[in-house]
Write a protein that binds this ligand. Sequence first.
Ligand code: NAP
Length: 249
Amino acid sequence: MDAPHARVLITGAGTGIGAATARVLARRGDELALHHHLHRAEAESLAEELVAAGGRAFPVPGNLTFTKDLDRMVHALSSRFPSLEGLVLNAGAYPRTAFDQISDEQFEATVRLNLFSPFALTRRLLPLLRKATPSPARVVLVSSILAFNGSAHGADYAASKAGILGLARSMARELAPGITVNVVAPGSIDTAILAEDTPAQREARGRQVPLGRVGSPEEVARVVAFLTSPDANYMTGTTVHVNGGLRMD
Ligand SMILES: NC(=O)c1ccc[n+]([C@@H]2O[C@H](COP(=O)([O-])OP(=O)(O)OC[C@H]3O[C@@H](n4cnc5c(N)ncnc54)[C@H](OP(=O)(O)O)[C@@H]3O)[C@@H](O)[C@H]2O)c1
């Protein structure tokens, strides 16, 4: 019989921080549901890569802004997983727009993906999370340094990421002791989100960081791995900054 292992859903697992997290968690033996939306091919080939390396992973599609997709995902997970030991709420989008150009629709869409969908997905998954073996289940939400600093040309994004802090702390209080809820707040991390940077902007971004460079997705993934492991048993409601010293709290 298989040794007990954690079952974990990672949203936005086809790319960036989500894909890096999948690789780190697969290495320690977790069974992974790899959520994706537009990057289907990337999520499918990542699942194949992890399975070929002896791991357990399968893709789960869905547009997290549609409740019917959330319901479909939860149904798909419930039919494969008897319990859920980990939930990494990583998917998010950062449309860069000047404040006076942000339409009502854009603001609502950003909040819907970055803030509403973590709430709605977690609430739907509570029955599976409450069956976590061993308990507690571990939820990690990906916020941002911009939740603390604000963002010129990203008021909708910063507001949604700040909302995650209140959501996570509320869940941490209400869902304890069976579920822990923590937040990771990355600084500048080398993913598609920074792809709009020119080489000069990118170099300037690195110079602002005390550690002298932008971070890698793996450097965030390792902190997510810690927060979804028994090493973080006595942590809930906490925010861990992963930003090279760009902000020190
Ligand atoms: N990179 C940074 O500097 C940085 C800094 C602070 C915080 N973060 C946060 O880190 C998280 C991961 O971002 P990343 O940097 O790794 O960038 P990324 O590669 O662009 O990842 C974003 C993920 O969100 C998913 N997503 C976007 N819209 C979606 C939708 N409507 N429905 C479902 N999934 C959707 C994408 O899935 P598909 O591609 O499959 O559509 C993608 O996998 C985000 O929450 C971001 O805000 C990043």
